[in-house]
Design a protein around this ligand. Structure first.
Ligand code: AMP
Length: 359
């Protein structure tokens, strides 16, 4: 168990690292952010900072020697970076989780082996594979690069077989998976925390609305039957247990209409705190960020209790200029990430509104 006053190292200097560091500070920890971008928003809120590349072995070793535990705010931490750091300090969640979640094929295979449903999928490394996958999976379908996809980048919707080969080439001919298009009725996520003692806490299931492939609004609780919500939490729990996970993770799922009532299919696992859990900062006694800090510090987790109905709205690009209106709105809590350039699609802040439970 880390004592207050210990130093937590965080790879990545975006808003997730910033909010992790703020939560850690409240528990008496110091944080050291390691990020390559000089204007990283997390640098503004921590005692120690290293601005260096993820391949800079000397900087990585110095960083790891100065901290008591290393964690990360993004899943594309290079494998060599994680293994180099592991030789100097504990890295949590364990880097083996990264290997699986960085690769959509490995991730889907892992989920499937647990008996959990996903969209039908196939491995595609060549145009011949793609043709075979299309005849097995059918159309419409989604072609996704196995690695480095986010916010809809690295994926193409296929409606006609004739467009498939060009889409594959446009994705750089990189290894892909082909997924059946899921005619979902809504998208939900579960934010789960697990500590090394095996304690697991899941926040209430969140419903997520995307715009241009970027999360726009999250609502908790999701408007789904309690039986489905409890199944969603059981799925997240099973994944956390199978990984022997330590920290917070998000499991994104589709709610799929079916004759006997809606069912769930897992889309993606994020081995980190997640945008769809930001509402927990204002909607719960203990947020996803604090749960993550508690987990990696070997502390007990808090029961994931919600104060009311939460709505979280992302301020994307120049929407951040409207924050003044939100400041005046009763019950709204405004979070700004301290980013200077409001580029289109960039997450600049978010607003949470907590309301009483529906009667
Ligand atoms: P991803 O990068 O896998 O999280 O996908 C981004 C978004 O694309 C998801 O949140 C869905 O809205 C949509 N999407 C991804 N995969 C599928 C699929 N197999 N069927 C339908 N929609 C999908």
């Amino acid at each position: 168990m880390l004592a207050p006053g210990s130093t937590i190292g965080i790879l990545g200097g975006g808003q997730l690292g910033r909010m992790l560091a703020l939560a850690a500070a409240r528990l008496g920890f110091k944080c050291h952010i390691y990020a390559p971008e000089p204007d990283s928003p997390a640098f503004d809120v921590v005692r120690f900072a290293t601005c260096a590349d993820y391949t800079d072995a000397v900087a990585l070793e110095n960083f790891a020697d100065e901290v008591d535990v290393v964690t990360y705010e993004f899943e594309n931490v290079p494998a060599e970076t994680a293994s180099l750091l592991s030789a100097h300090a504990p890295v949590l969640p364990d880097p083996k989780v990264l290997e699986i979640t960085q690769d959509r094929l490995a991730e889907k295979n892992f989920i499937t082996r647990l008996g959990i449903a996903t969209a039908a999928y196939a491995d595609v490394t060549s145009e011949a594979d793609l043709a075979a996958a299309l005849s097995r999976i059918g159309l419409p379908a989604v072609l996704k690069t196995r690695r480095f996809g986010y916010d809809g980048k690295g994926q193409a919707m296929l409606r006609e077989a004739s467009a498939a080969a060009a889409a594959f080439r446009e994705l750089g001919g990189n290894p892909c998976i082909l997924e059946a298009f899921v005619p979902f009725e809504r998208e939900v996520s579960v934010i789960a925390a697990r500590n090394a003692d095996g304690q697991i806490e899941c926040f209430d299931v969140t419903e997520n609305e995307h715009r241009d492939h970027i999360l726009k609004v999250s609502r908790a609780p999701a408007e789904i039957p309690e039986s489905l919500a409890s199944e969603a939490r059981a799925i997240a729990r099973a994944i956390a247990e199978a990984f022997g996970y330590v920290g917070v993770m998000a499991v994104e799922m589709f709610v799929v209409p079916a004759p006997g009532g809606p069912t769930l299919a897992v889309n993606e696992i994020a081995p980190r705190v997640h945008n769809s859990g930001h509402w927990t900062l204002d909607g719960c006694a203990v947020s996803q960020f604090e749960q993550h800090v508690r987990a990696i510090a070997g502390w007990p987790l808090a029961p994931a209790r919600r104060h009311g109905r939460a709505t979280m709205t992302n301020l994307i690009g120049d929407e951040v200029e409207s924050h003044g209106q939100w400041l005046a709105r009763p019950g709204a809590t405004v979070h700004l990430y301290g980013k200077t350039a409001a580029r289109p699609g960039r997450k600049m802040g978010h607003v949470t509104v907590i309301e009483p439970e529906k009667p």
